[in-house]
Each structure stands twice: as C-alpha cells, then as structure tokens.
Design a protein around this ligand. Structure first.
Ligand SMILES: [Zn+2]
Length: 456
C-alpha cells in the first residue's frame, strides 16, 4: 500500500518535471482579454499560478478536514458505544437468565448478537435463553455452535449432556460426557456424570477407569472411591458368573469384600459364591465379619443356608452364633425372633421382639408380633391390634437412595429413580441427610451423584 503510494507520487513528480522541460523547450506568450482587461504573460507564470492554486486547494481541504474532524471522531465513538451497548445487553441477558426470564433473556441475546462481533459470548446467552423458553432445537443449535470454539466447547458439551439426558438419550449423553472428560478430567461434575452414565450402561470396567482417574486427581476422596470400587467389583463379579467364569467371579468378589466389608452387597456376593462353591466354612466366616459391621436379614438367610441346618431348634443356635458380634443391633433381635418363631418358641420370639421394638416398635416388629399372636394362640383381637399398630408404626430400615430418597425392594448398584451408582443404603428414613456432609448433599442434588460409604 505504502509502496504503491510512493510510486504514484513519484510518477506524478516525474510527469510534472517532463511537462516543465517540454514547456521550457517551447516558449510562448499567453494573452487574455476580459471586460476591457488585458493580461499578457508567458506560459511559465501561468503554470506556476496553477500549481500554487492546487497547493492552496489541498491546504484548504486539509483545513476543512481538521475543522469538521469532529463527526469522524463521533463515528468512531459510535463504534465504541456499540460495543458497550452490546456488553450491556449481554449483562442484562445474563441477569434475565439468572432470574429465569427466558423471553427477556432472548430479547437481550438477539440485541447482543447484533451489537457484538463475539459469537462465543452471545452463544451461551442464546443457548440459556432458548433453554428457559423450552426451545430445544434453538438450545441445541447454540450448544453445537459452541463446540466449534475452543474456549466454549466444554460449556457446549455440558449443555448438550443436560439436553440429551432430558431427552432420555443416554447413549448420546454418554458420548458427550466422554468428550467433556477428555477435555477436563479434573472437573468434578464431569467425573461424576461420566461415572454414573457408564455404570447405568453397565460399562463397569470403563466406570472403574473413570473412578481411578477421579481418585488420582482427588476429585473423589479415597474413602468414597474405595467403597464405589468395591461395588463395581460386585457387578463385575456378577458379570463373570453370568459369563460362566466362577473362579473369576470369586476373585472379584473377594477383592470387593476386602475393600468394603461394610457394604452388604459385597458380603452377600462373596458368601453366595462361597456357598455355591461348597465352601461353607469360608462363607460362614465372611457372613460373621459382615454382620459385625453391617447386619442385614439377607446375611442371616445365607448363614442358615451355609450351616445346612434344617432342625428349627438348632437353627436358633446357628443364628445365635452369627449375632454374637453385634448382639444389640435391631437386626440381631429380629433374626433371633424369626428363628424362634419358626421353632415355635413364642415366648422367646416375643421377648426378642420387645427388645427390638423398644418404646415405639417399627413396622417389621409389629408384623412379627401379629404373627406370634396368630400362631401362638390365634388371638385375633391381639393380631388386629398389632396390625393396626403396624399401619402407623415408624418406618423401618429399607433400601433407600441417599441421593433421591427412593425406596427399593432389593439392593441394586444403580438407583432406578435417579440413576446414581452405589447410593442405596440399608437404613431407616430420617437418617437421610445425616449420613452425608452438606456440601456433598448439595452436589448430589445437582448433576453429581456419589454415595457415602456407610450402611450398604
Ligand atoms: Zn436415587
């Protein structure tokens, strides 16, 4: 540009010089007559006059530009305020999103888009506004466009994961979560979401890798990671058994139980396999250790099975051996009451149930009391009294999810109602919220879902 301009001026100067030389070689005079005036001069003077006139013209033009320069400055200022207005629209739009006003947010988003030449910034606002207005296609378009921007790709993925989950498309959500994890493996919600999605899809090994990475990066605490890993191993053990490899199944179950004997699922898994392999003695040991830290009716059931004892009176002795390590727990009294009931020892059954129930017996105790009255003396009045009490009795321990509070008949690794992994605990209602620290609780209610280690 500059070179071109120099050449241009050089050409003009050369032409002027050539012209001057040409004129000098051809001298002559010029006469002008006008209204009685007469001017005699030579060509050189006229030319000089013309050049002077041109220079004066240029000077006048520059002066004019300097004087009316203000409008140009104003134009530049207009550009500046355009950006400022754009940012103001953006700010107002974000405020509208925070206030949950989708229509207002969209209005500001559109204006900001026109005013600002920064699509990355306005896309996020547009996406959120569209989401608030229930405009799924609009939101998806905006999130998709964000993927093209390096800075915004992660946010776009977060939006797309949420959108896919709301659409019920788990496969798509998992794909986006994997991409987000590849971008930022240290971000807690990414680790937690990916882990849960992999678990929901039954990809136990992949889930374990995600968990290991999370523990390494301190996104998951070592203690929580240990319990979760144990439950993943339980699932892998089930998978191995289904695949016909019982020795692998047992190796995995043993690892799970060694990691988290306080998880009832780990205890039952190992004991089941040991009984199946004919190793009743080992199964007995496993169940006794499990009962000591986390008693559950399923453990008593398996313990009786391992003993091979069918004589009702002797079965009471078997249960007594199991419960000695945790004699005061309600499960211990209930297990003894059940065994006594089956052996026809009504008095002993009643005594155990009274101890178990205390001043406000829970549902299970009331139901068993009704059964005792029915079988002992067929006292219908008392039976009805206990059944009526059962209807209003404080709720019992059950499998409930620490993330969403849902109840389940049997233990499963993934909560059916919220999709969290490892959150089912054997506990009475009302203990909800006490097991987890508040910050984790808050996290659980968001995208993340990590269980505590106690109970199940
Ligand atoms: Zn749940």
């Amino acid at each position: 540009m500059t070179t071109l301009r120099i050449l241009f001026w050089f050409a003009i100067a050369a032409a002027a010089m050539l012209g001057a030389v040409w004129l000098a070689e051809r001298p002559g005079t010029l006469t002008a007559e006008w209204q009685g005036w007469r001017l005699d001069t030579n060509v050189g003077v006229v030319l000089i006059a013309i050049v002077v006139l041109i220079l004066v013209g240029i000077a006048a033009w520059l002066l004019y530009r300097w004087i009316v320069g203000a409008p140009f400055a104003l134009l530049e200022g207009w550009g500046e305020s355009r950006r400022q207005r754009g940012y103001r629209e953006l700010t107002q739009g974000l405020a509208a999103v925070a206030a949950g006003d989708g229509v207002e947010a969209q209005k500001h988003a559109r204006k900001a888009e026109q005013l600002l030449a920064e699509p990355a910034l306005t896309l996020l606002l547009s996406a959120q506004a569209a989401q608030l207005n229930g405009d799924r296609d609009g939101a998806r378009r905006a999130f998709d466009a964000m993927l093209k921007d390096e800075q915004m790709a992660f946010l776009g993925l977060r939006g797309l994961i949420g959108q896919s989950l709301r659409d019920g498309d788990q496969t798509k959500a998992l794909g986006y979560a994997e991409r987000a994890f590849a971008l930022r493996p240290q971000t807690p919600w990414v680790v937690h979401s990916l882990f849960d999605m992999q678990a929901q899809a039954g990809q136990w090994k992949a889930a374990q890798e995600t968990l290991d990475s999370g523990i390494r990066r301190k996104v998951v605490t070592a203690d929580k990671g240990r319990a979760l890993k144990a439950l993943l191993l339980v699932e892998r053990s089930r998978e191995a058994e289904r695949g016909g490899s019982e020795s692998d199944a047992q190796v995995l179950a043993r690892e799970a139980f060694a990691l988290a004997p306080e998880r009832i699922a780990a205890t039952t898994r190992l004991a089941e396999l040991q009984i199946k392999a004919g190793d009743a003695k080992r199964a007995t040991k496993t169940l006794e250790r499990g009962w000591a830290v986390a008693p559950h009716p399923d453990l008593a059931e398996l313990y009786l099975k391992a003993s091979g004892e069918s004589e009702p009176l002797k079965r009471i002795g078997v249960i007594r051996r199991l419960v000695t390590r945790n004699a005061d727990d309600i499960e211990s009294h209930l297990a003894l009451a059940k065994a006594s009931l089956e052996a026809g020892l009504w008095g002993e059954a009643r005594r155990q149930l009274e101890t178990a129930g205390g001043t406000s017996p829970p549902v299970r105790v009331c139901r068993l009391m009704a059964e005792v009255e029915e079988r002992a003396n067929a006292d219908q009045a008392k039976v009805h009294e206990w059944l009526a009490r059962a209807a209003v009795a404080p709720a019992d321990r059950s499998w409930s999810c620490t993330a969403c509070g849902a109840h389940h008949e049997t233990w499963r690794s993934v909560c059916e109602s919220c999709g969290a992994f490892g959150t089912l605990q054997w506990r009475a209602p009302g203990t909800y919220g006490q097991i987890l620290p508040p910050d984790l609780q808050a996290e659980l209610q968001g995208t993340a879902a990590l269980p505590s280690t106690t109970g199940a």
